[in-house]
Design a protein around this ligand. Sequence first.
Ligand SMILES: NC(=O)c1ccc[n+]([C@@H]2O[C@H](COP(=O)([O-])OP(=O)(O)OC[C@H]3O[C@@H](n4cnc5c(N)ncnc54)[C@H](OP(=O)(O)O)[C@@H]3O)[C@@H](O)[C@H]2O)c1
Length: 166
Amino acid sequence: MLKIIVAHDSAFLIGNKNKLPWKIEEDTKHFRKEIFEQEILMGRITYESIKDFKDSFNVKKIIVMTKNLDYDSKDQNVLVFHKVIDVLKYAQDKDIYICGGSKIYQLFLPYVKEMIITEIKGRYEGDSYFPLYNNKEFKLIKTEKLSDRASVKYLVRIDKKDSLFT
Ligand SMILES: NC(=O)c1ccc[n+]([C@@H]2O[C@H](COP(=O)([O-])OP(=O)(O)OC[C@H]3O[C@@H](n4cnc5c(N)ncnc54)[C@H](OP(=O)(O)O)[C@@H]3O)[C@@H](O)[C@H]2O)c1
């Protein structure tokens, strides 16, 4: 099963010059807790922005998406995928946390069953956004306040069989 984990501001901003636009300790702590010993997937650009401290994440595996068939992550614990279909097959019997960035969220949004979204209050400067999605396709399961500036929403995709509208 695929799950998105993301933090965005009030205007759905997620990144600035290949970095997070903010430094919010409570969200970093929440992120680390959610992905602890999990398999996480990210785009090549996000991977390169975090690779110097990736070992501090305590994850089971990192999967990197790139179109470059010769891409070498220089880490034998990192799996490289080139096609969405291969990720979907790989994720059939396990949970994969989709960790961005913008292109990768867009690519996998149609397939995710859950989203863990930190809403950061206010508007920041930046250049990468979370894609638009239809919030009627998701049900809010719970919210958790991390602090006055950050809250987490846990969403699950509404199974069409259970929907009143189909
Ligand atoms: N706030 C958050 O929660 C959060 C989380 C993560 C990242 N971010 C931010 O997001 C920004 C980066 O986002 P981004 O969109 O520029 O980059 P990205 O999504 O991290 O990576 C994009 C790369 O993924 C690969 N890719 C894209 N489509 C593909 C496909 N169909 N098949 C195979 N590979 C594919 C390509 O790599 P190649 O070029 O090698 O082919 C592409 O350049 C940064 O600012 C980062 O800080 C924010």
